[in-house]
Design a protein around this ligand. Structure first.
Ligand code: URA
Length: 294
């Protein structure tokens, strides 16, 4: 009996609705079940006689579901956590004077500092400086890029469509931004706190000015695991200029805290076939969090 979330008709229906694949808790997954249900990743060698739509798509499913198979989301344990030592992260350049300004600030003072900040041009354009949300002692801290229009309006990170996907991804790992138990909670913050106009990429001087605030947030939360989502967060925290595809699936060490890098939820909304890779990254994060050999 397949897990109800993996029922082929349900998968086909969700896909036909444009909802793509579902996120399921890893305990619900069984490798043999998935292998039977889900199509192979694009580009992977297909078994002889494999149907394009994949075994998870019934023939009477809507045409759109038959045409385009849902990307294979997961294997039960897609990640064999690398058996190599964690790679030391060397965070991107930080402004020394800004570091001095935030050194020793507590939550309240840091938040006030951020709300009053005019260190770069974004300070005059924002509605809200988007400081962060979640449990102040969460075991997991998620780092995104920068607020978008919705976040700028509301003053909270990840409240738009990408935020909904992020919440679902976290829920699949038993985590939430609104939890009371630190072990099941996250704290979410961005590399830069003010919205770049038109959602353009953050510029180096903006990152340099804002990163010390994030650094202080990390010091205050003292998470057991950092999860950097998207290129800007990944590069800012690892200090590497490599593309995200080369930074993910490695256990990084950020000043003694394990760091995992993955795709940004906004990218996953545009590229749902990479959700499988993001799930693999979350499994690696879970392994590191649980102290499994990394
Ligand atoms: N994308 C981000 O990286 N952060 C947000 O807060 C919203 C969208």
């Amino acid at each position: 009996m397949p897990h109800p979330l993996l029922d082929p008709h349900r998968l086909a229906m969700l896909h036909a609705l444009g909802l793509q694949q579902v996120w399921v808790p890893r305990e619900a997954l069984d490798e043999a079940e998935l292998a039977a249900l889900l199509p192979r990743l694009p580009g992977a060698p297909q078994p002889r006689g494999a149907r394009t739509a994949g075994p998870g798509t019934p023939d009477d499913a809507p045409a759109s579901a038959r045409r385009e198979a849902p990307a294979r989301p997961v294997q039960a344990r897609p990640v064999q956590a690398p058996r190599t030592p964690a790679v030391q992260a060397t965070p991107a350049a930080l402004s020394e004077s800004r570091l001095q300004q935030v050194r020793g600030l507590d939550w309240e003072a840091l938040q006030a500092f951020t709300h009053d900040c005019r260190a770069c041009k974004l300070g005059d354009m924002r509605h809200h400086a988007v400081f962060g949300v979640g449990h102040a002692q969460a075991h997991v801290m998620v780092v995104g890029e920068a607020p978008g229009a919705e976040e700028d309006r509301v003053g909270e990170p990840f409240v738009g469509a990408a935020g909904k996907l992020l919440d679902n991804m976290l829920r699949a790992c038993g985590l939430s931004r609104a939890g009371e138990d630190p072990a099941r909670s996250v704290y979410i913050a961005n590399v830069i706190k003010c919205r770049p106009p038109g959602n353009r990429n953050p510029e180096p001087d903006e990152i340099e000015q804002c990163l010390p605030v994030l650094q202080r947030q990390i010091e205050l939360v003292r998470p057991r695991l950092l999860l950097a989502l998207g290129r800007f967060a990944a590069q800012a925290l690892t200090g590497s200029a490599e593309p995200i595809g080369r930074l993910r699936q490695r256990a990084w060490d950020w000043q003694g805290t394990p760091l995992v890098v993955s795709y940004h939820p906004a990218y996953l909304l545009r590229t749902p076939q990479d959700k499988a890779k993001a799930w693999a990254d979350l499994c690696l994060a879970q392994d590191l969090l649980d102290g499994r050999d990394a």
